[in-house]
Write a protein that binds this ligand. Structure first.
Ligand SMILES: *[C@@H]1O[C@H](CO)[C@@H](O)[C@H](O)[C@H]1NC(C)=O
Ligand SMILES: *[C@@H]1O[C@H](CO)[C@@H](O)[C@H](O)[C@H]1NC(C)=O
Length: 366
């Protein structure tokens, strides 16, 4: 009897090839290797010129007012009575490390990472800077990466803030008309650090946020201008930059207490120690953590590019890409709703200002 010839795909010898190919594809998908990566390009978005002018005059008004020393921090303290004072927002060799830091896993602390921390601290500059002069009053703007910034032409006004804080890989070069081109502080974790460095400010500080133990290895490699081991590469869930072209003196390490305080005191999430595998929703976004950091570094704090305007259907998730707003829903790690409520309260009470109105629009009612 003649045996039926099996289709090509089902021949035993080919099965292994198919299996291996599928495995390769699946792991590519998991590792999100940027096979089809394209550079972000500015996209024209029509914005009502009257609305645009209203935003501009609102921001100019904020810049023209007299700056109130320690305003944002005082407000934060009175509105969140549990809010304990973080002594130093950045860590260096001179920082007195309280034991609490080693009781929490990252990003809330450095549990079981004492040696790694010491090693990094020995590489970082011992900061003599007290942050600012006694009499200076500093205005900060935390620039989020929201699509709401597109087409508003706020760049030249954002540049006028004393301290401009940017998050993750939010680009500046091709988008400076909308987001400005100054960066006083850029804050990220390894995977979200810009692959192409565009921040040209000589006063820039890069603030590293540690989410896992290999993040220390990456940071060490970036500071010492060496390469990370092949083994370490496996632990990053996305491609990480191989170099950060700034001086050692420009690196800072975020005090994880800033994130722990944001999570428990400001957002009232369950204790960070109770986090199990799979990231409960008690990890604040970098945006809200940066806002908390800003209240320590600056006297007055503004937000730009946070939230969204529901009547602008065409607005994308980020100012630099074409991803629709709906992709935000996949961000299961963060509790976006709780953060929005928290930010809205701060804006309505006047503790901080929202320049682009995506959280709460003060200039829309007029
Ligand atoms: C920002 O742009 C202005 C005008 O093009 C330029 O003079 C300035 O040097 C730029 N600043 C930075 C930090 O790139
Ligand atoms: C949303 O944007 C439109 C213009 O596109 C503006 O008229 C409206 O006031 C904005 N609303 C809010 C809440 O920002």
């Amino acid at each position: 009897m003649r045996r039926a010839v099996k289709p090509w795909l089902f021949q035993p010898s080919k099965r292994l090839i198919i299996l291996l190919l599928s495995l390769a594809l699946i792991s590519l998908a998991i590792l999100k290797l940027p096979l089809f990566h394209t550079d972000p390009k500015p996209v024209e978005v029509p914005v009502d010129p009257i609305y645009r002018e209203r935003i501009h005059s609102y921001v100019r008004e904020i810049l023209a007012k007299e700056c109130r020393p320690s305003f944002a921090r005082q407000k934060m303290k009175t509105e969140h009575s549990r809010s304990t004072q973080v002594v130093e927002p950045f860590l260096d060799l001179n920082t007195h490390l309280n034991e609490q830091i080693f009781q929490y896993p990252p990003p809330f602390g450095f549990m079981n990472m004492k040696n790694k921390l010491q090693e990094i601290l020995s590489l970082l500059p011992a900061s003599s800077e007290s942050g600012r002069g006694v009499r200076d009053c500093h205005r900060c703007v935390v620039v989020g990466n929201g699509g709401i910034l597109k087409g508003l032409g706020l760049g030249h006004l954002l540049n006028q803030f004393d301290i401009v804080i940017r998050l993750n890989s939010g680009p500046v070069q091709d988008f400076s008309a909308d987001v400005g081109n100054r960066t006083s502080i850029r804050m990220s974790y390894p995977e979200s650090c810009p692959k192409v460095w565009e921040d040209m400010d000589s006063e820039l500080k890069y603030v590293a946020v540690i989410y896992k133990s290999v993040d220390f290895h990456w940071l060490r490699a970036m500071i010492t201008k060496t390469s990370i081991s092949l083994w370490d590469w496996l632990f990053f869930w996305q491609k990480v930059p191989v170099s950060v072209p700034i001086k050692t003196s420009q690196f800072r390490l975020l005090n994880p207490e800033i994130i722990r305080e944001t999570s428990s005191d400001l957002l009232h999430y369950p204790d960070a120690r109770e986090r199990l595998w799979g990231w409960d929703q008690n990890v604040p976004t970098l945006g809200v953590s940066a806002l908390n950091l800003a209240t320590y570094l600056c006297d007055e704090v503004s937000l730009a590019g946070f939230g969204y305007n529901l009547s602008q259907k065409e607005v994308t998730l980020h100012y630099y890409d074409d991803k629709p707003m709906t992709s935000m829903l996949k961000e299961a790690m963060h509790n976006v709703q709780t953060e929005t409520v928290f930010l809205k309260r701060l804006v309505t009470s006047g503790s901080i200002t929202d320049l682009t109105g995506g959280i709460h629009c003060k200039f829309c009612s007029s």
